[in-house]
Design a protein around this ligand. Structure first.
Ligand SMILES: [Zn+2]
Length: 300
């Protein structure tokens, strides 16, 4: 398989997988449980999820290690299991996909607020990410995906941690924005322009946005990124904003709707398109069809 960054440089568009949480809840995860504990207790569930997304046509499969930093795991008194949880997450996905897709290690926020907004020292956060990513890189992955970040300072620490412990592994870094009357901002106040500049300066190879928005807002966010960066873009939108139906959350955007709108992302030059909360293997399969069509017309 061609190296991931080489594929992107050659102009190929890649499809990333969809939601993890939704799939875990269907396989026994209870609200309030640590999702990453499933790596130790039900690795077969993670293998199955990776396999479903692979079969749906994803080129990039994510590990269930989003909350695998020791600071985040400490919320469940599981920080001592940092290495075991991350290693089990990588191995489960690898067993399912072998070499038929790129394996991407998910790395989400630490759950702590950095000084001066909170009480956590930047070094503590960075060392936590280093510990998580050292365990992951020892297993071998093709990408580290730092995602759902809202504090640019924390995202930068995570990128720096990745580059320190695994300089040979490409790093993607994506942030989550909210629409306001004055434009898109993360909850910590970062604009798309500042994110693009800050993530690239920290050394991220791929940048972009995931979560928090349905695909129509993501088209606007991608267009704004394009004005401020020449880095490859990664966009993973939610299946819209969740609505309560009875006592369950439903996401309104269908696979067909998502796939239809993702043509606009392709026209903007987005390099990797996947899904976030509420998306399923059916969304991945629908995106796959549109991306295949696009890759074909471009190679004609
Ligand atoms: Zn999400």
């Amino acid at each position: 398989m061609q190296k991931l960054l080489d594929s992107l440089k050659a102009g190929q568009v890649l499809v990333a997988d969809g939601a993890m949480g939704t799939m875990l809840f269907k396989r026994g995860l209870k609200p309030g449980d640590c999702p990453e504990k499933m790596n130790l207790e039900h690795p077969e569930a993670l293998e199955e999820i990776a396999y479903l997304y692979l079969n749906a046509g994803a080129d990039i499969i994510q590990t269930n290690t989003f909350g695998g930093s020791p600071l985040k795991l400490s919320q469940y008194a599981l920080e001592d299991k940092t290495e075991a949880i991350n290693i089990a997450g990588v191995r489960a996905a690898r067993r399912a996909i072998d070499a038929s897709a790129y394996l991407s290690a998910s790395c989400g926020p630490s759950g702590r607020l950095l000084k001066p907004y909170g009480d956590t020292e930047p070094d503590v956060v960075r060392q936590g990410f280093e510990r998580q990513l050292r365990a992951i890189s020892g297993e071998g992955v093709e990408l580290i995906c730092i995602e759902t970040m809202t504090d640019l300072a924390e995202a930068v620490l995570a990128v720096q941690a990745a580059k320190a412990v695994a300089p040979h592994i490409p790093v993607a870094a994506t942030m989550t924005f909210d629409e306001t009357p004055r434009g898109f901002f993360t909850v910590m106040g970062t604009t798309v322009e500042k994110a693009a500049e800050g993530l690239a300066a920290a050394g991220a190879d791929v940048i972009g946005s995931n979560c928090g928005n349905g695909i129509e807002n993501m088209i606007k966010i991608a267009a704004e990124f394009k004005q401020h960066t020449s880095k490859p873009l990664l966009i993973q939108s939610n299946a819209g904003l969740p609505q309560m139906q009875g006592d369950t959350l439903q996401y309104p955007e269908s696979p067909e709707f998502t796939a239809d709108r993702c043509r606009a992302l392709l026209e903007l030059g987005v390099s990797i398109i996947g899904g976030c909360c509420g998306t399923t293997p059916a969304h991945t399969a629908a995106i796959r069809r549109v991306v295949d069509e696009f890759n074909r017309t471009r190679s004609d």
